[in-house]
Design a protein around this ligand. Structure first.
Ligand SMILES: Nc1ncnc2c1ncn2[C@@H]1O[C@H](COP(=O)(O)OP(=O)(O)OP(=O)(O)O)[C@@H](O)[C@H]1O
Ligand SMILES: [Mg+2]
Length: 233
């Protein structure tokens, strides 16, 4: 198994004095194997992003465990942790949050190479951006000078530079029109075919999830329910 969440629990403290506790995940278990796409749907506030953040190690659950390639996150040594942080990535609905607005794209896209000490050449960045359907001209622009769809492609290029094995796609097409949405989904599928990357696809949209995912779950009241591809809503 590539990545597993076992009995994950998470609540947040809310309210003026942070006294009220809202339970978001009660006992959520989920496993994703190499190269597959699993869908999570659920209403707003049902905990989808929370689950994605836990699997990518960006927030800690109160209970339960996350395993990457059979190794528990908490027990990882420095080398394993480094590999996990590189191989497990997340893409958000609003790509502009992933970019420094004052940097041209070339600089933002070279950043992962520096951060993870990957041998870097401007040519690699160019190849990366061409693989998502953009070109050299986009590298010379600021984030505000790209459309939402183009910027999401750039965010995908940036993540793909790390050669990830698992990506949480947190409503990655939520702000796009239907045609652009279909193009971006196609891009995810092509990248998967090419690189064998696995996805957790988070969406409000069951129909879209059905087109893209092999297994689909609904998050409701802190628990996951299985929705077979053929099962009605
Ligand atoms: N840091 C936080 N502190 C307090 N409450 C939070 C925090 N993060 C999320 N929540 C609450 O937890 C619940 C689940 O949030 P989450 O973002 O996981 O939902 P979601 O399913 O991704 O929703 P959406 O579809 O709107 O993106 C919400 O009620 C939210 O307000
Ligand atoms: Mg969310």
């Amino acid at each position: 198994m590539l990545i597993e969440g076992i009995d994950l629990r998470k609540s947040y403290r809310v309210g003026w004095l942070k006294k009220r506790v809202v339970r978001v995940l009660s006992r959520v278990s989920l496993a994703v194997s190499e190269g597959e796409t699993v869908g999570i749907i659920g209403g707003s506030g049902s905990g989808k992003t929370t689950l994605g953040l836990i699997l990518t190690g960006l927030i800690k659950p109160e209970g339960g465990r996350v395993l990457f390639r059979g190794r528990e996150l908490d027990g990882m040594n420095v080398r394993e942790r480094k590999s996990y942080r590189r191989k497990v990535q997340i893409i958000f609905q609003h790509p502009e949050t992933a970019f420094n607005p004052k940097w041209k794209l070339l600089r933002s896209l070279s950043e992962p190479y520096r951060l993870y000490k990957i041998p870097f050449a401007e040519e690699s960045v160019l190849k990366q951006i061409e693989a998502v359907g953009l070109g050299a001209e986009h590298l010379a622009r600021y984030p505000a000078q790209l459309s939402g769809g183009e910027l999401q492609r750039a965010a995908i290029a940036r993540v793909m530079a790390l050669d990830p094995e698992f990506i949480v796609l947190d409503e990655p097409t939520g702000m796009l029109d239907a045609i652009t949405q279909a193009q971006i989904i196609r891009l995810f599928q092509d990248l998967q075919k090419d690189k064998g990357v696995a996805y957790l696809f988070i969406s409000h949209d069951l129909e879209l999830a059905r087109l893209f995912c092999r297994r689909i779950y609904r998050l409701r009241e802190g628990e996951l329910e299985t929705l077979g591809p053929e099962k009605g809503v």
